[in-house]
Ligand binder design. Structure first.
Ligand code: ADP
Length: 496
């Protein structure tokens, strides 16, 4: 029997809050390891050191790590920090040639041309790092295509070596991004042509890093139960539905938590007034402040709708744009904060300029403003085409801002539809992604707000009481790690 000790997990991510963030992956990577550590798991995080990070606050480790790349050894310095508010170690790979750049992945709408090289490096360097610091993990937890090569390296270049014993868990945060390239690019990973086959990297003639991870990882997961089912279908699988369906028995959906310290209406330092289920009054002050900030009429009776998010096709904002033709005919207000597709940015900016009495559009990324919007709005609109989990609807629920969502992915698992007969539910859910379905549902929220305010108050209370803490998710991940360990080693992990 192995000695009794904590389970060791290497957590690999290309973005981690508060160090670097473009989306929900960073929120997960900043929060889940802390919740795992609270369960007595010895978890360590690895990410790149990007430009703009406060490297001088991070302790440099002695020596360098040699990372084998296709062109030779990348001599890499390592800096060590901790996840804020915890003792969880986070190792930063300091290799400026790849990461000292203005963007994480590339300018808006583009990827850097050497992204395969940059993220091959991330996976390979993480494995070299754990050898250098003598941390042999039981499980390597990889997240999205930027880390997809780690499970492949464990099975190939580490074959017959100590790291080969590690189980791997691969989590899909968003299947729309798969790491797809020209088949001739495989050499960049350092792996031979023999891996360009339909059981590994080859997918419809292209090189697909996610496919290789799905085939090589011990266990698979994604970030909500509904999305786990959806991605096995042609409508949501982005071409990998067959590969996922074939591993159905190894694929789990674990709903993300949220950072309930950062997103708490009772203590949030970024919002103008605090509130809670027991003391709800502060929300009205937050609404008035938001209306003022947006240059909209300050009026508690007008329902205030909000949108925060990446302006991409995924989020369904094109459908919202069409629905607004009808919605703006009503006595409503809308604030929008987002950045992304230039066309969408221009559209909402222009609409805000034309209809400044009803709409305020802020283009850009502004975390403090996102907090003020969540606190001040009455309703939060998420007409997503697909949504692996979605964080914003959970933030909204916590701030008593009722979500209006399309029935897809994590939105199904987190928002309960309003029941007009009983006043039950925590939000408003619609099925078809059409402008009419969305406008009708916004209309339903408006009429509920005006005609049945007692239902809105009860829904708010219920929404704010939902438990989206990471503790629940961490327990599920621990079970998944143990399952992966057992499959890899053929015997269960002996608990500390
Ligand atoms: P995704 O990961 O697909 O972008 P999620 O809802 O899972 O969507 O997470 C989005 C995260 O990014 C949330 O924390 C949200 O508040 C934040 N966010 C997105 N766009 C902006 C923005 N323009 N300003 C501030 N925060 C934003």
């Amino acid at each position: 029997m192995p000695a009794s000790r904590p389970l060791r997990v290497l957590f690999l991510s290309s973005e981690v809050v508060p160090f670097a963030k473009t989306g929900g992956l960073a929120d997960v990577s900043g929060a889940l390891p802390k919740a795992l550590a609270a369960r007595n798991i010895d978890v360590r995080v690895v990410m790149p050191l990007y430009a703009g990070m406060q490297w001088n606050l991070l302790a440099p480790l002695d020596g360098i790590v040699n990372v084998p790349m296709w062109w030779g050894n990348a001599r890499t310095a390592i800096r060590l920090g901790t996840l804020p508010g915890s003792a969880v170690p986070i190792y930063f790979l300091e290799f400026n040639r790849y990461f000292d750049r203005p963007y994480l992945y590339g300018p808006p709408g583009q990827g850097y041309p050497d992204n395969f090289e940059r993220f091959s490096f991330l996976s390979r360097a993480a494995l070299e790092l754990v050898k250098a610091v003598d941390f042999l993990p039981d499980v390597i937890h990889c997240n999205d295509w930027q880390t997809a090569l780690a499970p492949v390296y464990v099975n190939t270049v580490e074959w017959g070596k100590p790291l080969h014993a590690c189980a791997s868990v691969y989590t899909i945060h968003n299947l729309a991004y798969q790491g797809v390239g020209d088949p001739g690019a495989l050499f960049i990973t350092g792996l031979g042509r023999e891996h360009m086959n339909s059981g590994e990297f080859e997918h419809f003639g292209a090189m697909n890093l996610t496919k290789a991870a799905l085939r090589h990882s011990t266990m698979l997961s994604t970030v909500s139960p509904t999305y786990a089912n959806e991605i096995q279908t042609g409508a949501y699988g982005f071409g990998l539905d067959g590969v996922l369906a074939a591993r159905k028995a190894d694929l789990q959906g674990i709903l993300n938590g949220i950072d309930t310290d950062e997103w708490s209406p009772e203590t949030d330092p970024m919002i103008p007034a605090h509130f809670s289920v027991a003391r709800p009054a502060g929300k009205a002050a937050c609404k008035a402040a938001l209306q003022k900030e947006a240059g909209l009429p300050v009026d508690p009776k007008i329902p205030l709708f909000a949108v925060v998010g990446r302006l991409t096709e995924q989020k369904g904002f094109d459908v919202l744009a069409h629905a607004l033709d009808r919605v703006l005919g009503w006595n409503v207000q809308l604030v929008l904060l987002g950045s992304g597709d230039p066309e969408a940015e221009q559209f909402f900016t222009a609409l805000g300029a034309q209809r400044g009495d009803k709409i305020r559009a802020w283009i850009g990324f502004d975390n403090a403003r996102a907090h003020r919007i969540e606190a001040g709005a009455d309703f939060f609109v998420m007409p997503s085409r697909f949504e692996p989990c979605g964080l914003n609807q959970m933030y909204s629920l916590r701030y008593g801002t009722l979500p209006i969502v399309r029935a897809t992915g994590g939105l199904v698992d987190t928002v309960a539809n309003y029941d007009e007969a009983t006043g039950g539910g925590t939000g408003f859910v619609f099925q078809d992604l059409t402008k009419d379905a969305l406008a009708n549902t916004i209309g339903w929220a408006v009429s509920t707000y005006c005609d049945r305010p007692q239902h809105i108050a009860a829904m708010r209370k219920r929404a704010m009481q939902q438990d989206f803490s990471w503790g629940r998710a961490a327990a599920a991940y621990e079970a998944l790690y143990r399952e992966a360990y057992q499959r890899r080693r053929g015997h269960p992990f002996a608990s500390a």
